[in-house]
Design a protein around this ligand. Structure first.
Ligand code: NAP
Length: 319
């Protein structure tokens, strides 16, 4: 079966996903594209043989087997809810939605539907380095995890980047990956602010050290440093009771180069799960958990205090 995919949002990553689905991911073809800017949608559709421009997100959803949502964050909720209402599987780029309440509305709609339809674009779970770290934890090879040290460094960021985005847009990847890697939720957030980088824009708190505590008492520190000048550098070291493992030492120009193979694997797995009629991968619940954690970290940075992280009970459909 070839899965007919519609793409809502033909910006930077929408175009990348369209190209992947057209050239390297087997089992799917892009048949419809929609963007708030229809000229941009037409340019993107021209790159996928047989694809057309859909007049509206709703018209697109009705015409395809599955949807990729790559519009800007504030419109994700509307598009994902429309997919759920139509019973159509949907891959939504992170963030699932821009507030924890909006994520919860998606969770509730999926629950009412009775089974999973949504996969969230937390692609680091498909990175071979992170998978090896997770194997080392789940196999017991390094003993119980005690501490995780992470760094998320970018050479620079545009002027539109804000201090809150250091959490909501940047560390959101660590937040999801660490929940998955350790198999635990978080109970508390904190933050330590070092001396500000002279390279950071005047409005920006950079770098930031974000702190998390898991249910078992493991501690995590995440350095977010988005003006590091030298490149894109993602680090993660898990300290267990009997051993230590870390990601390979890789500095690249940007995230596309660093996580290209993970994006490929992520979309391939999504297409295969759609063809099999069973959505897997990062769920709406994971999107909700990440949003709740991100909100707590933003409060910890702003108010310079420890913030408790509390979540609703996980519904049966996500167990
Ligand atoms: P972008 O280049 O701004 O693209 C978003 C596109 O969606 C733009 O063409 C935008 O049009 C369009 N759009 C906005 N509202 C829409 C609506 N209501 N209906 C249809 N189209 C709409 O942004 P991007 O960098 O591709 O990011 C898109 C999403 O992917 C974001 O949620 C971002 O966080 C996520 N992302 C994830 C990763 C990752 O590592 N997984 C990396 C990059 C981005 P206008 O420009 O005219 O508003």
């Amino acid at each position: 079966m070839t899965v007919n995919v519609g793409v809502i949002g033909a910006g930077m990553i929408g175009l990348e996903h369209l190209r992947r689905l057209t050239t390297s991911v087997t089992g799917a073809r892009v048949t419809a594209v929609n963007d708030i800017d229809q000229a941009r949608a037409a340019q993107a559709a021209a790159e996928a043989p047989g694809a057309r421009v859909a007049d509206s997100p709703h018209e697109l959803i009705d015409a395809v087997d599955a949807v990729v949502v790559t519009s800007w964050g504030p419109s994700h909720e509307e598009h994902v809810l429309a997919c759920i209402a139509a019973g159509t599987p949907v891959f939504c780029e992170k963030p699932l939605a821009t507030t924890a309440d909006a994520c919860l509305r998606i969770v509730e709609a999926e629950q009412a539907h009775g089974s999973r339809l949504v996969q969230v674009g937390f692609m680091r779970r498909y990175d071979t380095g992170y998978q090896a770290l997770r194997d080392a934890v789940t196999s017991g090879e390094i003993g119980a995890p005690l501490i995780v040290h992470c760094a998320h460094r970018n050479a620079d960021v545009p002027d539109t980047y804000t201090s809150d985005m250091a959490v909501h847009d940047t560390a959101i990847h660590e937040i999801d990956t660490l929940r998955w890697l350790l198999g635990e939720d978080f109970v508390a957030a904190g933050a330590v602010l070092p001396r500000r980088s002279s390279r950071a824009a005047a409005h920006l708190i950079d770098p930031q050290i974000l702190l998390l505590e898991t249910t078992s008492g493991a501690r995590i520190d995440i350095e977010v440093n988005v003006n590091c000048a030298y490149g894109y550098d993602i680090r993660c070291e898990v300290v267990g009771e009997t051993g230590v493992r870390q990601l390979p030492d890789l500095v690249t120009a940007d995230w596309r180069e660093r996580f290209g193979p993970a994006f490929d694997a992520e979309l391939l797995q999504w297409v295969e799960s759609v063809a099999a009629g069973r959505t897997t991968g990062p769920s709406s619940w994971d999107g909700y958990a990440a949003a709740v954690t991100a909100d707590a970290l933003v409060a910890a940075v702003r108010e310079q205090r420890q913030v408790a992280i509390t979540m609703k009970d996980r519904p049966e459909v996500y167990r």
